[in-house]
Write a protein that binds this ligand. Structure first.
Ligand SMILES: [Mg+2]
Length: 323
C-alpha cells in the first residue's frame, strides 16, 4: 500500500488569502486509491507520531468504502482568522455566502479580540458568533472576556486542560466545545467530559478518519460539530462525508475553510450557507500549476514513509479494513 500511495502522490502548495495562524501557503499531499482521493496534510511542524492519524485518515478515504450518507447538504459557518482591518474582515466574510454563524479566532490580546468581535457584529449584525481560543486562555481570562463579549453561541477550547474547562463551566455556565482536548489526546475515547465539555469538535484527519470520528461521537453521545484543519477540497470532502453520515448534526460545521484559500484543487462552493457533500477529484491542471518543487515532493515522500513506520503500518494491519 505504501508503494501505491507514493506512486500516485501529488503535493501542492495552496496560497491562503490571509495569514491563518502563521500559515500563508498550505502544502497538502494527495494520493489516489480505488475509492477515490485521500489527503495527507499535517501542518509542517508536526512530528511523525502526531501525523499518524492524518495518514490513516487519507488511507481510509482512498482505500475504504465510506459509510452511508444520511444528508446531502451540510450547513457551514464562516471562519474568521485573527484579522482586524474591518475592510479585510468584510471582504473575507463575503466569500462565505449566506452563512448564519461566524467562528472567530481569538486568544490574543483581550481588547484586540473584543474589537474584532465588535467589528464583525457591525458588519454582520444578524450572525451568531462562536469563538475558538485554541486553549490559549486561563479561566480568569475567559471569564473576563465573556463579561464584555455579548452573546456567544459557544466557546471552542477556551483553556487547554479538562480541569480548567470544568472550572470555567462551573463559574460561567457557558457552552463549551472541546477540540484539542480530543485531537491531541493519547486516546480521544478516554476523557471524562462530564461538566466540562458540551460539544465535541470532530476533525477527520487529526482523529484518524471518518470511522474513528463516528466512534467518538457515539461514545460521548453529546452534540458534535465537524470542522476542518484547513485542508484542500479533497480533505474537506472527507469532513463533509463525516457530517453527512452522522446520526445527529446540530451545529453548523467549520467546513467552509476552502474560502480562506486563494486557490484550491477543486471547487466546493458555499451556496446559501451550505456545501453539498460529494466526492472530489482534484483538477489535473491545478495539480500541475500548484505542484511543489522536487525537493519538497521528496520531503513529503520521506515524511509519508516515516509516518507509515511510526504507527500507520501497524494500525492498518489491525484495522480490519478490507483492503
Ligand atoms: Mg479549534
Amino acid at each position: 500500500m505504501l508503494d501505491s500511495i507514493l506512486g500516485s502522490l501529488k503535493v501542492v502548495a495552496l496560497a491562503t488569502k490571509t495569514d491563518f495562524r502563521s500559515v500563508t501557503s498550505r502544502e497538502v499531499a494527495l494520493f489516489e486509491g480505488p475509492m477515490g482521493w485521500g489527503e495527507f496534510s499535517p501542518f509542517l511542524e508536526y512530528s511523525y507520531e502526531e501525523s499518524v492519524p492524518w495518514l490513516l485518515s487519507g488511507i481510509e478515504a482512498a482505500f475504504v468504502e465510506s459509510p452511508r450518507e444520511l444528508r446531502k447538504l451540510i450547513e457551514v459557518n464562516a471562519t474568521l482568522p485573527a484579522i482586524d482591518d474591518p475592510i479585510e474582515i468584510e471582504r473575507l466574510l463575503e466569500d462565505f455566502d449566506g452563512t448564519k454563524v461566524i467562528k472567530i479566532k481569538v486568544g490574543g490580546d483581550l481588547h484586540v479580540d473584543l474589537e474584532r468581535i465588535a467589528n464583525v457584529r457591525r458588519i454582520r449584525p444578524e450572525s451568531r458568533i462562536r469563538i475558538d481560543v485554541n486553549g490559549l486562555w486561563s479561566v480568569d481570562q475567559v471569564e473576563l472576556f465573556l463579561k464584555e463579549a455579548g452573546e456567544i453561541e459557544y466557546v471552542e477550547q477556551p483553556c487547554s486542560t479538562i480541569d480548567e474547562l470544568r472550572e470555567l463551566k462551573l463559574r460561567t455556565g457557558i457552552t463549551i466545545a472541546g477540540d484539542e482536548i480530543f485531537r491531541k489526546a493519547k486516546d480521544p475515547l478516554d476523557i471524562d467530559i462530564e461538566g466540562a465539555v458540551d460539544i465535541v469538535m470532530l476533525k477527520v484527519a487529526p482523529l484518524g478518519g471518518i470511522a474513528k470520528a463516528l466512534e467518538i461521537a457515539k461514545h460521548y453521545g453529546v452534540p458534535v460539530a465537524v470542522s476542518s484543519a484547513l485542508e484542500s477540497a479533497v480533505g474537506i470532502s472527507h469532513g463533509l462525508r463525516l457530517a453527512a453520515s452522522l446520526p445527529e448534526l446540530d451545529y453548523a460545521c467549520g467546513l467552509g475553510t476552502g474560502a480562506l484559500l486563494a486557490v484550491d484543487v477543486a471547487q466546493l462552493p458555499i451556496v446559501d450557507g451550505v456545501i453539498e457533500a460529494r466526492d472530489v477529484t482534484p483538477n489535473s491542471e491545478a495539480l500541475t500549476k500548484f505542484a511543489v518543487s522536487n525537493e519538497r515532493l521528496n520531503w513529503w515522500k520521506n515524511r509519508i514513509r516515516m509516518t507509515w513506520g511510526a504507527g500507520v503500518q501497524n494500525a492498518v494491519a489491525e484495522s480490519g479494513w478490507k483492503i
